[in-house]
Write a protein of this length. Structure first.
Length: 87
């Protein structure tokens, strides 16, 4: 299996796509999801517009609000290669 490190932009793209897909499947708009997840709608918009990465607290709140598993929300596919540095 070919592993590669993901950039911050990769993470934001993947998370934004997963979030948008789940919101559409569950019938949420930004405002209704924000209310259900106890967040601001601008925070949801920031995730969808690839401006911000979520905190652990946000991920937990979103999974509860969306009724999904963490894996459904943050499935990044293959394991992430850890870059090693020599001491």
């Amino acid at each position: 299996m070919d592993l590669r490190p993901y950039s911050k932009e990769d993470y934001m793209d993947i998370f934004a796509d997963n979030l948008a897909d789940l919101m559409e499947k569950r019938g949420f708009d930004d405002i209704s999801l924000a209310k259900e997840a106890h967040m601001k709608s601008t925070t949801i918009l920031g995730y969808k517009n690839r401006r911000t990465l979520p905190t652990i607290k946000s991920i937990v709140n979103l999974t509860h609000a969306l009724g999904c598993s963490i894996e459904e929300l943050i499935d990044f596919g293959a394991p992430i290669k850890r870059e090693r540095t020599e001491c």
